[in-house]
Design a protein around this ligand. Structure first.
Ligand SMILES: *Cc1c(COP(=O)(O)O)cnc(C)c1O
Length: 428
């Protein structure tokens, strides 16, 4: 075990954390990951590499080397079916039926695909929120423009009263009979606020709108029940909590009630498998979410997901969520007690059912603090304009690491000159 700094005022907390680590039923997974010598609290931006994932990439390289084109059908897991088989494997994480989920494209591209397909005729408004991820908002504006609608008028962005959270009642109030689509992120990437997906979806359906969720910040950290909740469509990425590696393939979910909907943006890999290679110029839609694939599966970016999802199968998603909540709970308790006096304010909701996988601290010094932590071997991240995000991951973080991180922040406040870590003003 690495010898890390514990602040004298946190010794008792550290002993308690040691006991929690010793009793942690998921502790064994940590050794499967390349955790390095520091403390990694950025698994909500890029999950760490695990040993099975590294081996899976090597295996695919070997298949390419030895089987070349034959691997499409003759590899032990034929490449031709990888997008569907990995979709099946990830389905339990979001409560999808196996054929409702496919691993293809990327989050933003998949959102373009779903918005173009699910936009119902006869309606004109899209509802989202002003704190949603930039890329998602770009998508929504583009689709309104492409339909001859006016993004200024027809995109309703629910605003935040405190710049960190969105009031669910305000979302409900923005829904009326003009609304075509409601497009939200399950978890706010800054504050970590988790929406009541089921209740919001139900309300949108009551006014006849369809709902698309971006679960990039929850998939793998917060279990969902998309099928049961009647969610129309969803997208998420594979490289955050799913640990699928940089730029790994994204996921697209579409509810089986839309089985008859043809993708508005089709490609040859969405054709029925049995007739795809007839290369007929008339598209024959595949059944299930697989019909949304546009292109040849990104085999080198799918292999990591396949191996990573084995780890999720070996752990219990409910256990992962339980530990994640316990860790964010501990971090918030330590934050209140030791960091609030230094001006770090927790903006993540306290209620477990409103909290995703990370804790967000607001501070005018957030940028400098993130840099200072990095300087001490701890990887957090910073999100403009004033958020320090710490994401403890159930698979590979320990309770002790959280106490050590808070210790380090205390030490920074006591000893470091934060002006050393100011933000450069002219980022190219
Ligand atoms: C990470 C993230 C994305 C990423 O989009 P890419 O197309 O994969 O680059 C999109 N939306 C949200 C909400 C995210 O958190």
């Amino acid at each position: 075990m690495e010898n890390r700094f514990v602040h004298p005022s946190l010794l008792t907390e550290w002993q308690k954390a040691q006991a929690l680590d010793a009793a942690d039923s998921l502790a064994g997974f940590r050794q499967q990951f390349h955790t390095g010598s520091g403390i990694y609290l950025d698994g909500n931006s890029l999950g760490l590499l695990s040993r099975p994932v590294a081996a899976a990439v090597q295996r695919v390289l070997k298949e390419w080397q030895e089987l070349a084109i034959e691997a499409w059908l003759d590899a032990p897991q034929p490449w031709f079916f990888l997008a569907e088989s990995i979709g099946n494997k990830a389905a339990p994480l979001v409560g999808a039926r196996p054929f409702e989920l496919v691993a293809c494209g990327s989050t933003t591209a998949n959102l373009h695909s779903l918005v173009s397909t699910l936009f119902p005729a006869g309606r004109r408004v899209i509802v989202s929120d002003a704190l949603n991820f930039s890329s998602d908002i770009y998508v929504l504006r583009d689709h309104l423009s492409l339909r001859g609608l006016d993004p200024q008028r027809d995109l309703r962005l629910v605003s935040s009263s405190d710049a960190y959270r969105i009031d669910e009642a305000a979302i409900m109030a923005a829904l009326d009979e003009e609304v075509a689509l409601l497009v939200l992120s399950t978890v706010q990437y800054r504050s970590g606020q988790l929406f009541d997906i089921e209740a919001i979806t139900r309300r949108a359906h009551e006014v006849g709108a369809r709902v698309i969720w971006d679960a990039s910040h929850s998939a793998g950290a917060v279990p969902h029940e998309f099928h049961r909740w009647g969610v129309d469509g969803a997208v998420f990425c594979g490289y955050k909590y799913l640990n699928g590696g940089p730029g790994s393939t994204g996921f697209l979910y579409i509810h089986e009630k839309h089985a008859a909907l043809k993708p508005a943006l089709s490609g040859w890999f969405g054709n029925r498998k049995d007739t795809q290679f007839q290369l007929n110029i008339d598209f024959e839609m595949a059944a299930g979410a697989g019909r949304f694939q546009m292109s040849t599966p990104h085999v080198l970016s799918l292999a990591p997901l396949d191996a990573s999802l084995d780890l999720f199968e070996a752990a219990n998603p409910k256990e992962l969520r339980r530990k994640s909540l316990a860790m964010t709970e501990l971090l918030m308790a330590l934050g209140d007690r030791y960091l609030a006096p230094h001006g770090l304010k927790i903006v993540t909701p306290r209620a477990p059912h409103q909290r995703g996988g990370h804790v967000a601290f607001a501070s005018p010094e957030a940028y400098a603090l993130a840099q200072a932590l990095r300087h001490h071997g701890i990887v957090p991240d910073f999100r403009p304009h004033d958020i320090l995000r710490l994401a403890p991951t159930a698979f590979y973080n320990t309770y002790c690491e959280l106490v050590e991180t808070v210790s380090c922040l205390l030490k920074i406040f006591e000893e470091d000159d934060l002006t050393r870590f100011q933000k450069p003003t002219d980022i190219p």
